[in-house]
Design a protein around this ligand. Structure first.
Ligand code: HEM
Length: 124
């Protein structure tokens, strides 16, 4: 395996954890845990929060490496992707501050897959 392949593999694995994790929470976990004591949901949220922080660190590091390796910093699609990623970061902060806000959590679940879309457009 070449180093650039390993970097892309880690980029895709980390984004799968971050974006896939959000979708799994909304589709399968939150609806089931709604009737449970708050501590249960908080425990799940805390673990996913730690996993997301690690995933974002990996996706940032590998993204910067690929953008430099492939000289893509001037690419408008990458710039659009980074702009949406800043929005995702702001929404994530708002979500941590107001975890019960449906508007914030739904905006996050719409914006995150859009970064994936821009990543695919960027690559192919
Ligand atoms: C949650 C955040 C992110 C998501 C969901 C994401 C998603 C993706 C996806 C799906 C691909 C295509 C992979 C492939 O088909 O091989 C990709 C490639 C790429 N991403 Fe990201 N990405 C994220 C963050 C970043 C960041 C922060 C940067 C740069 C600072 C970045 C730069 C790139 C580059 C340069 C490529 C490869 C382009 C090429 O092949 O020429 N990504 N990303």
């Amino acid at each position: 395996m070449e180093l650039s392949e390993l970097v892309r593999f880690l980029h895709v694995l980390a984004l799968a954890l971050f974006v896939g994790g959000q979708l799994t929470l909304v589709i399968a976990i939150v609806p089931v845990l709604r009737g449970e004591p708050d501590e249960v949901m908080l425990a799940v949220a805390r673990r996913f929060g730690i996993a997301s922080a690690v995933a974002i660190a990996v996706v940032l590091g590998t993204g910067i490496a690929m953008a430099s390796h492939f000289s893509r910093w001037e690419d408008e699609t990458l710039q659009a992707k980074l702009a949406v990623l800043v929005l995702v970061a702001v929404l994530t902060g708002l979500h941590i501050a107001t975890p019960r806000s449906r508007v914030v959590s739904l905006s996050l679940i719409v914006a995150s897959p859009f970064v994936v879309w821009l990543g695919v457009v960027l690559t192919h």
